[in-house]
Write a protein that binds this ligand. Structure first.
Ligand code: MG
Length: 265
């Protein structure tokens, strides 16, 4: 894709792109108004599995952006649908994570349990304690499959970087001696699900993100045009080294660039 004017579908990361913690990025409302007006079909796609799509939609509504939960794909949902390829409904799984992740797995028909499980699904648990680590690592040592929603080491917030799924999963891996597999970005599974839901083709789809190792690398693997914004995890040098197609300071500057590309058509 040579021009932003060719974009028909958009996959947008959330943390570090639309907001930083509780702080919306400048011109957030204007950005979504533009997408709606131009009939750009989009999917918000986040590795952060600590909230449900509904909770993310409520969070954005409080920032003035109206987005449907169906337009939001969280890595917990992706992990649950990925596991359903290999396991029937009723399979027992253990969850190391927040209620949002338990809900995603329950909605796909899994039974949440602390013993006799096929899989340990792990992500950020804000109430982590010794007992929880002990239970999960024992199940892993006993042969349960180890699936992480994602392996991001940290999460950008208004208080700086917070411990992410990768940090929690690293603790479980060290305790159990079992290595995890990740479902979230940069793995292709989340992009496949999002593209299918939008009816999108790679040639006219772009992925916007702030973290090169997940958003940009994942977008490239999926064959998409990549757009890095510098309002979160990665800097310009990192974005350029990865061969990112377009780089902007934030979504406001992306909006300016996009409008200019449309005018020059
Ligand atoms: Mg991000």
């Amino acid at each position: 894709m040579d021009s932003l004017a060719d974009i028909k579908h958009l996959i947008l990361d959330m943390d570090g792109v639309l907001y930083r913690g509780k702080e919306p990025m400048p011109r957030l409302q204007e950005f979504f108004a533009f997408l709606r007006k131009q009939h750009i079909i989009f999917m918000l796609m986040t590795n952060n599995a600590t909230r449900t799509p509904q909770e993310r939609a409520d969070q954005l509504a409080a920032m003035g952006a109206q987005v449907s939960p169906a337009e939001i794909l969280v890595s917990g949902q992706a992990a649950a649908s990925y596991l359903r390829r290999d396991y029937p409904a009723g399979t027992r799984v253990h969850v190391f994570g927040m209620p949002a992740l338990r809900q995603a797995l329950t909605e796909e028909g899994f039974i949440i349990a602390d013993d006799d499980v096929k899989v340990v699904v792990a992500s950020v648990d804000r109430d982590v304690n010794f007992e929880k680590v002990k239970i999960a690592s024992r199940l892993l040592q006993g042969g349960a499959r180890f699936l992480a929603t994602n392996l991001d080491p940290n999460i950008p917030s208004e208080d700086g970087f917070l411990p992410g799924s990768g940090a929690m999963v690293a603790m479980l891996a060290a305790a159990s001696g079992v290595a995890p597999a990740g479902v979230g970005k940069p793995e292709p599974i989340m992009y496949e699900i999002a593209m299918a839901q939008m009816g999108a083709r790679p040639e006219t789809t772009a992925a916007v993100g702030d973290r090169v190792m997940t958003d940009i690398v994942g977008g490239k693997r999926a064959g998409l045009t990549t757009i890095c914004v510098l309002s979160g995890a990665s800097d310009r040098a990192e974005a350029e080294a990865a061969g990112t197609d377009f780089i902007f300071d934030d979504i406001g500057h992306l909006l300016d660039g996009w409008q200019a590309a449309l005018l020059s058509r």
